[in-house]
Design a protein around this ligand. Structure first.
Ligand code: UDX
Ligand code: UDX
Length: 448
């Protein structure tokens, strides 16, 4: 690819990098994807994404075919692009604080790549990084490696993403907002212009601010969302202890209050995924480093960790002791429509079931391969729901897959040893449950 004045480059092709890059390519923008993982680059060149995400494969294949996307392990190629996005991972250390090694390394590579370039380049930090990182960490590393001054010669901006797995492409095609934390006016104008080009037909609210505020917006967003989940789960756990109380109706009613809103009020087995736990831990650790103990956020995390025990306790209510009982776990992914099991509550629930002496069978429409890598050998992974239910004393529905909504009472009855169901996602219609022993998250036990 020749140097294209309007080309973009992405360093780090995980969920965020690959989905965003693919959407930009679909809008006709030349895109160069860089990753250290050779196998990943080779597969991407053939149009094969490394994970499941609705619409991604089809869009990726089209972009590769039209030669709008190129993939390489050679980081120096980023100099061919005007705007360079950093989308490497930002893992947690054991104490919850953020490991910025990949961000630093990627910044250094980008800096060296553009050192000889006569053109203006804008470097954009899309990875989630703790407030202050773009200015205090990225800026000096980039200046040293490029031997250029940030501002007149090289632009710098923070541009967090808010995409959720399973709807990453949809969310990138039509985001609810764009946040641009610009180092200076030129950086802000360059990025705003790129997004205007991408979203030429729709008006996306755009917040232009400084890099540190932009970084903080991302953490605030995840902190609020995680807090909502732990709040509704707390209400669910209370409902469960009150005869006839039902969190579903409570959520429906409070959601009608515009100050509360109806989204993100689904009680369940706790949040999972690559972001909430990691970002809350990073924010807690960052906050403590500033001598402020964020009690609320620590409680949000604690409630979430404990939610697995709430689910296991429901199965104990049905079975008494779990020792030598067979439990069928339906769903392993942290939510439906993804093969991702990072921080999935199913893993915490299975761990606790095993500790209680139960034997566990499990099935997931997409996540079996990923689950096999982390679950102990003794957890039996089955290729479909019916074989997973076979001989079970109790079934726990852990992920809200549509496939599980379609299971009929007879599918359970004909396969299980006993008709005990724990619904951790509230997907089973209660009318269907004559002759079943049914426990559900947030449903008071004496409910009809
Ligand atoms: C993203 C963000 O980057 C992260 O900050 C946010 O908190 C969650 O979403 P994600 O896209 O899920 O992370 O990252 P991951 O799936 O770990 O992928 C990162 C990619 O970067 C991998 O393909 C890895 O091979 C690549 N990488 C990592 C590099 O190319 N260079 C490096 O130095 C390190
Ligand atoms: C989240 C944020 O939504 C996204 O903006 C950010 O960029 C990354 O983190 P993601 O982790 O992909 O995205 O999934 P999300 O749909 O937000 O769900 C997170 C977890 O919360 C899931 O385990 C989900 O099951 C759970 N959840 C969500 C609930 O239990 N109840 C709800 O009402 C909503």
């Amino acid at each position: 690819m020749r140097r294209e004045s309007d080309a973009v480059s992405f360093v780090g092709l995980g969920y965020v990098g690959l989905c965003t890059a693919t959407v930009m390519a679909s809008k006709g923008i030349k895109t160069i994807g860089v990753d250290v993982d050779e196998k990943r680059i080779e597969e991407l060149g053939k149009g094969h994404p490394p994970f499941h995400e609705p619409q991604l494969e089809q869009m990726l294949k089209a972009a590769v075919r039209k030669k709008r996307m190129e993939f390489t392990t050679d980081a120096s190629r980023v100099a061919q692009a005007n705007t360079i996005f950093l989308t490497v991972g930002t893992p947690s250390r054991d104490d919850g604080s953020m490991d910025l090694a990949y961000v630093k390394k990627a910044t250094q590579n980008v800096g060296s790549a553009i050192a000889e370039s006569p053109s203006y380049h804008l470097v954009v930090i899309k990875s989630t990084v703790i407030p202050g990182t773009t200015i205090d960490v990225v800026r000096p590393v980039l200046e040293a490696a490029s031997e250029k001054l940030i501002g007149p010669e090289v632009g710098l901006a923070s541009n967090p993403e808010f995409l959720a797995e399973g709807s990453a492409i949809k969310g990138t095609l039509q985001p609810d907002k764009i946040v641009i934390g610009a180092f200076d006016t030129k950086s802000g104008a360059t990025l705003t212009k790129l997004y205007r080009r991408i979203y030429s037909k729709i008006n996306i609210p755009t917040i232009v601010t400084d890099p540190t505020t932009a970084e903080t917006i991302k953490y605030a967003s995840n902190a609020f969302l995680a807090t909502r989940v732990s709040t509704i789960n707390t209400i669910a756990n209370i409902c469960q202890r009150v005869p006839n109380a039902d969190v579903e109706t409570v959520a429906k009613a409070i959601g009608l209050d515009p100050r509360i809103g109806r989204l993100y009020l689904k009680a369940g087995p706790g949040y999972g995924g690559s972001c909430f736990h990691k970002d809350l831990q990073a924010l807690i650790s960052f906050s403590r480093s500033l001598n402020y103990d964020p009690l609320l956020l620590a409680a949000v995390e604690k409630v979430n960790q404990r939610q697995a025990s709430e689910i296991v306790n429901l199965s104990k209510k049905l079975l008494g002791s779990l020792d030598n009982r067979r439990i069928a776990v339906l769903g392993l992914a942290f939510k439906k429509d993804t093969d991702d099991i990072r921080e999935a509550p199913s893993l915490r629930v299975i761990d606790e079931l095993l500790k209680n002496g139960a034997s566990v069978s499990a099935y997931d429409p997409m996540a079996l391969e990923n689950a096999r890598r982390v679950l102990p050998e003794k957890v039996e992974l089955l290729p479909d729901a019916i074989s997973c239910l076979k001989g079970a004393d109790c079934c726990i529905v852990m992920t809200e897959w549509d496939e599980f909504r379609r299971l009929r009472p007879n599918d359970y009855k004909s396969s299980m040893r006993a008709p005990n169901i724990v619904d951790a996602r509230r997907i089973i219609k209660r009318g269907d449950l004559n002759g079943f022993n049914y426990m559900a998250i947030g449903l008071g036990t004496s409910s009809p």
